[in-house]
Design a protein around this ligand. Structure first.
Ligand code: OXC
Length: 309
């Protein structure tokens, strides 16, 4: 039987496929449902200091090949998730708390309290593209380094960072150096491709309301960007920092491609929102079939094995 388990920063995951922060993970019921599903972990919605309703609707739109969203960080607020974490840890799978913030000071404030609730890992989200007027921190290396060093001081569990897509090797290098100086235990790439625009030609309208229709892209259309970022940082760190591959995983073969590029686990967003929790069983079966077909006994065996020409 193919082994789909994985380990990230010393934490064992029963399955290497899990939800991405943001997909079906805002409310207690959604998080408990993830715990009861085949998901390899429970990843919370990125949390802020105060509870948020998020941006005006429509704020999500799925289409053949992908999705666009401008949710605007709707969440219960970090205090509510701190209370929920002990209950979520009873499902025999890691709990990853995703930390965001509306300003730099929010991050250590949230991280200190969430750390005390003992999630298995904390993921620092530097890449939400959907707060009007707020640029993505991950595109500012100085701000990213300052923030990561502040939260590192208050986090005693494995700390990871959720990064936006970068599109130039020079940016991979700069962020690689920042990460190397901040004692980061794992990476998660990529967040949605920020500020895309989808138009409905029949209605001659944009499809989501916030920010004039601009939103983060997900799904198949961003897979090549996600794979490039996974591969770039896998090579920079020579596989020494585990990477969660996120972006464009719609089936088991997509997941296999992320592992070939260097991922140790994958997260799914669009496919989960479109298909529901049953997607985990399908993705696992398809991934296991792909590994078997290729003669690999586990995802660890194929990690980073993509060949260059
Ligand atoms: O980090 C995020 N990425 C997204 O694509 N959307 C959400 C959001 O808008 O809340 N946040």
């Amino acid at each position: 039987m193919t082994d789909l388990s994985t380990t990230i920063a010393g934490v064992k995951f029963p399955s290497c496929v899990m939800n991405a922060a943001g997909a079906l993970c805002v409310t207690r019921d959604e998080l408990v449902a993830l715990g009861k599903s085949r998901a390899g972990a429970i990843v919370t919605k990125s949390m802020t200091v105060e509870a948020r309703q998020g941006n005006p609707e429509p704020r999500y739109y799925g289409f053949p090949g992908g999705s666009i969203n401008s949710m605007g960080l709707p969440n219960l607020g970090y205090r509510a998730y701190a209370e929920l974490i002990p209950e979520l840890k009873q499902f025999g799978k890691p709990v990853i708390a995703s930390v965001a913030g509306l300003c730099e000071d929010d991050f250590p404030t949230i991280a200190a309290v969430i750390n005390a609730a003992k999630p298995d890992l904390i993921e620092v989200n530097l890449s939400c593209p959907n707060i009007p007027g707020k640029p993505q921190i991950g595109y500012d290396p100085e701000a990213s380094e300052r923030l990561l060093k502040r939260v590192r001081k208050v986090i005693t569990v494995p700390m990871g960072v959720k990064l936006p897509p970068y599109f130039d090797p020079a940016h991979h290098e700069v962020m690689g150096k920042v990460i190397g100086r901040c004692e980061v235990d794992f990476l998660n790439m990529i967040n949605s491709v920020g500020n895309g625009l989808v138009v409905d030609p029949d209605r001659e309208e944009v499809v989501i309301k916030p920010k004039g229709g601009f939103g983060g892209l997900g799904g198949t259309i961003i897979k090549a960007v996600a794979l490039a970022n996974v591969r770039a940082f896998y090579k920079i760190f020579q596989g020494k920092i585990p990477i969660i591959g996120t972006g464009g995983v719609m089936n088991g073969v997509d997941a296999f491609e992320h592992f070939l590029c260097g991922a140790s686990a994958v997260q799914v967003g669009t496919v989960l929102v479109e298909e529901g929790l049953g997607a985990f069983g399908r993705l696992e079966a398809e991934l296991a079939a792909q590994l078997k077909k290729k003669g690999y006994g586990s995802v660890t065996e194929c990690r980073g094995k993509v060949k260059e020409l």
